[in-house]
Ligand binder design. Structure first.
Ligand code: SAH
Length: 303
C-alpha cells in the first residue's frame, strides 16, 4: 500500500467534474501512464459536487498546472495536500463485531470493554495475520476446542498455521497446563501471535521449555528441527487449506501422539472426502465435524 497519496480537491458542477474525468483519462493516455483517479460525490441536491483527484505519488507542479489549465480551472478554489496515511486495517477492524463460538468470545481492541463474564474472552485485532474469529473456519475450530475441553486433557498442543494465534490462545485458555506450540510459515504471523499472547495475558515460553505456555515458531509445515523438542503432540489443530493439509498428512500424522486428537479445518464441505481419505489412509479415525456455511472442521484421532 502506498503511503504517499496526494489529493486535489474542490467543488464543481457535475458536468465539469465529468469533463475533468475525461480530461484526466486523455492526459493519462498522452503520457502513457495510469491517470490519477477522480471521484466526485453529491453534497446536497442542486449544489456543486465535491471532486477529489487522487495521485498515487506526489505529482509535479507542472502536471497539476497543466490539468488546471486544460480544464480551464486556473481560478478554481481548491485544496492540494498529501492524504493522511490512515491505517486501513484498523479502520476496517472497527467494522468487525465480536464473535461468539462455543464459550469463546473474540473481540477487537475497540470492543475491549465488551469482554463477557463467564466467557473465554480473547482480544484479537485484525492485523497482517489471518484469524479474528470472523472466518467460519476459525469459529468452527474454536467451537471444536470448546467441545474437546470436557473430553481431553492434552499435555502438548500444536497450532499449525497459527495466523493471529487465535487457536493457540484458545487452547492455552482451556488447557492452561499444556505446552503449546504456535507455528506459521509467515514470520509476520508469528510476530502478531507474540503480541496477541501478551495482550491476552497468555504465558509465553520458548521452544523446548518444559513448562506450560505458548512457544511461537516460524516454520514451513513440520519440517523444522525445533519440532523434535516438542513432538509428539496430544492435540494438533491445523486450519490451513485442503491442499496443504493433504500434502502435510504424513508429517501431521507422524507428529501426533498415539491416542492424540487432530482438528483439521480450512476445507470446504466439498473437499471433505479427499482430506478424510488422506488421513484415514494413514490410520486416523474420524470423530466428527462442525460445519459453518461452506466450511468444515474435522476432528480425528490416532488410535
Ligand atoms: N489458525 C488461524 C489462521 C488460519 S489461516 C485461524 O484459525 O484463524 C492459515 C495460516 O496458515 C496462515 O497464517 C498461513 O500463513 C499459514 N500456513 C499456510 N501454509 C503453511 C505451512 N505450510 N506451514 C505453516 N503455516 C502455514
Amino acid at each position: 500500500m502506498t503511503d504517499n497519496i496526494w489529493c486535489l480537491k474542490g467543488q464543481l458542477p457535475l458536468e465539469r467534474a465529468q469533463k475533468l474525468e475525461t480530461l484526466l483519462e486523455t492526459m493519462g493516455d498522452e503520457r502513457g501512464e495510469f491517470p490519477p483517479t477522480l471521484s466526485y460525490f453529491e453534497q446536497a441536491p442542486g449544489q456543486d459536487w465535491m471532486v477529489e483527484i487522487f495521485f498515487a505519488e506526489q505529482p509535479a507542479d507542472t502536471f497539476v498546472d497543466e490539468i488546471l489549465k486544460r480544464a480551464t480551472l486556473e481560478a478554481w478554489p481548491h485544496e492540494f495536500s498529501r492524504v493522511e496515511n490512515k491505517d486501513w486495517v484498523s479502520e476496517s477492524q472497527k467494522l468487525l463485531s465480536p464473535v461468539e463460538a462455543g464459550r469463546f468470545f473474540v473481540f477487537g481492541a475497540h470492543d475491549a470493554d465488551k469482554a463477557r463474564d463467564g466467557a473465554i474472552n480473547m482480544q484479537i485485532d485484525a492485523g497482517q495475520a489471518f484469524g479474528t474469529g470472523k472466518h467460519e473456519t476459525t469459529a468452527a475450530c474454536l467451537e471444536v476446542l470448546d467441545r474437546l475441553a470436557g473430553e481431553i486433557n492434552p499435555d502438548t498442543v500444536l497450532d499449525l498455521g497459527t495466523g493471529s494465534g487465535v487457536l493457540a490462545l484458545g487452547a492455552h485458555k482451556i488447557w492452561s497446563e499444556a505446552k503449546v506450540v504456535a507455528s506459521d510459515i509467515d514470520p509476520i504471523a508469528v510476530e502478531v501471535t507474540d503480541e496477541n499472547i501478551e495482550i491476552n495475558d497468555g504465558t509465553a515460553r520458548a521452544i523446548g521449555d518444559n513448562k506450560a505456555g505458548i512457544a511461537t515458531l516460524a516454520a514451513d509445515g513440520l519440517d523444522d528441527p525445533a519440532f523434535t523438542y516438542e513432538k509428539p503432540f496430544d492435540l494438533i489443530i491445523a486450519n490451513i487449506l485442503a491442499g496443504p493439509l493433504i500434502d502435510l498428512s504424513d508429517d501431521i500424522t507422524a507428529a501426533l501422539a498415539n491416542g492424540g486428537t487432530l482438528v483439521l479445518s480450512g476445507l470446504l464441505v466439498s473437499q471433505k472426502k479427499e482430506v478424510l481419505d488422506a488421513y484415514q489412509a494413514r490410520g486416523l479415525v474420524s470423530l466428527g465435524r462442525v460445519e459453518k456455511g461452506e466450511w468444515l472442521a474435522l476432528t480425528m484421532s490416532k488410535p
